[in-house]
Design a protein around this ligand. Structure first.
Ligand SMILES: NC(=O)c1ccc[n+]([C@@H]2O[C@H](COP(=O)([O-])OP(=O)(O)OC[C@H]3O[C@@H](n4cnc5c(N)ncnc54)[C@H](O)[C@@H]3O)[C@@H](O)[C@H]2O)c1
Ligand SMILES: [Zn+2]
Length: 361
């Protein structure tokens, strides 16, 4: 993919709207973009060790050229950095660097860095502005937009956090060129989810071998996420809950398999197939449409079956649906027609159990 004119997607929030800029090669121009919205001079760039080795120098250079005095704070790569202690360490490093309320934080990396650093920005001096520069597919199409930030607790994922919308999101799809294949493909589970709930025509352009149109594809997904977030910023209206399509079963598989066996996007891929099958049974979705989406998932090397050694009981338990919930109902996102979704509130534990069974075949 070559450099292209950046496109701008607005996240139209009532209180603090912001822009997402998407363009191949714009990483090298991040300093100027941040200068346009921030008068102060001090910046903390939070990143992880992998991203620091590849993309940090360009960012530091661009910030310096725009007159910023930037300090880089690098955490270990991986989900284990999404911890309260790690957030504390980043705060301590910022205090040691003499950063105060006039500072700005740049989150450079995948969803782990975005969630962790976004959370630090939410609490540092009771909140400083944050610019997200996502470098994974997941972070570019999902986590960098919407303002959900936080860390994990021993008792569960994302249990400690805050809503803190970024002031700007800078997306350079060229950064994805250094992403390992498994990380790259994983992100397409969320893209395929977006297609199912909002943009069926996008399914036709999803091709694992095609990276030329990546900037357009990322922008298309950012528009979907931005519109949903603008309609329901804090997930109180039901709209944002539609983004959980495929995630009820997906999260349960991720957890039941033991974190680390399936990537989030891989577990969601199986969950997407589950939600599609349930939609065929319950919502009149055409079997051919279900099959079509499954073929796209498979094209991105994503799993669509529950492995034999993973017991249905364990998956239901991870969902909070063990035997004591027999007869219980659960909120579940379904689709009657590709490109749309709705929240059903009367899906039963038994129906989910049956679909998990189907997911073995
Ligand atoms: N806030 C939200 O709305 C939201 C939404 C979805 C996911 N998330 C969170 O996002 C996290 C997952 O994010 P992720 O999938 O981006 O994982 P990640 O941040 O761990 O990144 C995956 C791996 O890729 C490496 N990496 C990142 N960019 C790279 C690049 N350009 N080149 C080479 N290597 C690179 C990272 O160092 C890491 O090893 C989870 O913690 C999840 O909870 C949050
Ligand atoms: Zn997800």
């Amino acid at each position: 993919m070559s450099a292209s004119e950046p496109v701008t997607v607005e996240v139209r929030l009532a209180r603090a709207p912001y822009c997402v800029r998407v363009g191949g090669g714009i990483l090298a121009a991040c300093g100027g973009m941040i200068r346009a919205l921030h008068a102060g001079n001090r910046v903390a760039v939070v990143t992880d060790a992998n991203v620091a080795a590849i993309h940090l120098p360009v960012v530091m250079e661009s910030l310096a050229a725009a007159g910023f005095e930037a300090v880089a704070i690098t955490v270990e790569a991986g989900e284990t950095s999404k911890r309260l202690e790690c957030a504390g360490q980043v705060c301590d490093a910022m205090i040691a660097a003499g950063l105060d309320r006039s500072a700005l934080l740049v989150a450079l990396g995948g969803g782990v860095v975005g969630d962790l650093a976004g959370f630090v920005a939410a609490i540092y001096y009771r909140g400083i502005p944050c610019v997200q520069i996502p470098t994974t597919v997941v972070a570019q199409v999902d986590s960098s937009v919407g303002g959900k930030t936080g860390v994990n607790a021993p008792g569960g994922k994302n249990l400690i956090g805050a809503f803190h919308q970024p002031s700007l999101v800078i997306i350079d799809p060229l950064t994805l060129g250094t992403l390992p294949a498994r990380d790259y493909n994983e992100g397409f589970a969320e893209i395929i989810k977006h297609a199912v709930i909002r943009d069926a025509e996008m399914l036709a352009v999803l091709d694992p071998g095609e990276r030329a149109g990546l900037a357009g594809l990322i922008a298309r997904n950012v528009r979907i996420k931005a519109a949903i977030v603008a309609a329901d910023e804090r997930e109180t209206g039901g709209e944002r809950a539609l983004l959980n399509f495929g995630h009820t079963i997906g999260h349960a598989i991720e957890q039941a398999a033991g974190y680390g066996r399936f990537r989030h996007g891989e577990a969601v891929s199986i969950g997407l197939r589950g939600a599609l099958l349930l939609s065929v049974h319950r919502a009149g979705l055409a079997q051919a449409d279900c099959d079509r989406v499954v073929r796209v998932l498979e094209a991105f090397q994503l799993p669509v079956r529950v492995p034999e050694d993973l017991a249905t009981a364990d998956i239901l338990r991870a969902m909070g649906r063990d035997k004591k919930f027999v007869g219980g109902k659960v909120r579940f996102v379904l689709t009657a027609r590709l490109g749309s979704a709705f929240l059903a509130s009367d899906v039963t534990t038994e129906e989910i159990e049956a679909v998990v069974g189907e997911l073995r075949g």
